[in-house]
Structures are given as structure tokens and as C-alpha cells.
Design a protein around this ligand. Structure first.
Ligand code: ATP
Ligand code: MG
Length: 170
């Protein structure tokens, strides 16, 4: 219910009023620490590959936190034990790009364009077993776009997926 409310709120608010200069590397560090136990429990290596200094971005700290939690939650859910997940960041002209790359089960190319739709799950049986509603990525996409960014994914079946998003520099 909370996820549905968040989704409908994000769908109706076109632009976030609460964008501030935020230190996204600090948020990545906090979220990674918070989620570390889940990675340890499933024996998935979490690699944090971040540059030494990085520009401030124009965003809402809470939303960025939710975006990262959702992407890392998926990465850990859809990666078998013994795999790894890497978070990295690129400084580009006008914007920054954050990548979450896993060595998981991957997404078939025919499903790739649809994973950001609400309630869309690639493998319904498996997702239900993992407890998902197929709302996480729909929420994440709206949040990223409401802050002026873009989101995308590249994936190879049985090799892994890379979800990325951009945000504007402050
Ligand atoms: P929820 O996030 O609402 O708990 P969910 O994880 O099933 O449920 P989404 O996060 O929206 O839903 O993801 C949609 C679908 O995309 C998933 O059901 C899964 O099939 C696929 N998917 C998402 N992330 C990954 C990933 N990292 N590797 C493989 N498949 C993924
Ligand atoms: Mg999810």
C-alpha cells in the first residue's frame, strides 16, 4: 500500500520542489552500510567503486536514498549467492551517472523495455517467491525523472544487469 501511494504521488507530481545540493557519494556510503547485512547473509560481494571527489548534485536526499535502496534490493534479490554487485559513479558534462552492476540472473532482451512499468515482473513465479510486486522500478523511474534525470538498464541473461541513472549537477 505504501509503495502504491508513493507511486501515485510520484506520477502526479511532475517536478520536485525540494531539490538541494547533495553529496551523493555520502548517501551511497550510508545506504551501502545499511544494506550490508543482506549482502553478507546471501554471500554477495558488494564492491563500492567511487571517485575521490565528486560534484554536488541537484536532488532530494530522501528520494536518492529510496532509489538506491530499490536498485540494491533488486541486485541482491536477483543475484545468486557467490555473485557480486558493484556501485560506481561517473562525472559527465552537466550531469552525473550512478551505476549498479550485478552478476545476477539477467533480464531477457524482450522484457528489458518493460521492466520500468508498474506491476511488471519478468518471471512471475520467481518474483512472487521473492516477495516483489513489480513496483520498485516504476517508483524509481518516476523519482529519477521528477528530479530531471534519466534511467536505463543493460542486461545479459545469466550474466548480469547494470541499472544506471543520471542526475543534474548543482
Ligand atoms: P518490488 O520492487 O515491488 O518489491 P520487484 O523487485 O519484482 O518487486 P521491480 O523492482 O519493479 O519489481 O522489478 C521489476 C522486475 O524486473 C522484477 O520482477 C525482476 O523480474 C526484474 N529485475 C529487476 N531488477 C533486476 C536485476 N537486478 N536482475 C534481474 N532482474 C531484475
Ligand atoms: Mg524491486
Amino acid at each position: 500500500v505504501e509503495e502504491l501511494l508513493t507511486l501515485s504521488q510520484q506520477e502526479s507530481s511532475r517536478h520536485e520542489a525540494m531539490e538541494q545540493p547533495i553529496d551523493i557519494l555520502k548517501i551511497i556510503g550510508l545506504v551501502a552500510d545499511e544494506m550490508k547485512p543482506r549482502f553478507l547473509e546471501k554471500n554477495i560481494h558488494l564492491k563500492i567503486n567511487l571517485p575521490g571527489d565528486f560534484p554536488l548534485v541537484k536532488a532530494n536526499e530522501d528520494r536518492v536514498r529510496q532509489i538506491l535502496v530499490n536498485l540494491l534490493d533488486n541486485a541482491v534479490k536477483y543475484t545468486p549467492s557467490g555473485g557480486s554487485v558493484e556501485i560506481s559513479a561517473n562525472d559527465l558534462p552537466q550531469k552525473i551517472k550512478i551505476m549498479v552492476k550485478d552478476t545476477g540472473i539477467g533480464i531477457p532482451s524482450k522484457d528489458l523495455p518493460r521492466v520500468f512499468e508498474r506491476f511488471y515482473r519478468v518471471d512471475k513465479a520467481r518474483s512472487r517467491q521473492l516477495g516483489g510486486f513489480g513496483l520498485g522500478l516504476a517508483i524509481v523511474k518516476h523519482m529519477v525523472e521528477n528530479m530531471g534525470g534519466t534511467i536505463g538498464v543493460e542486461s545479459v541473461m545469466n550474466k548480469g544487469s547494470t541499472f544506471w541513472f543520471t542526475l543534474l549537477k548543482y
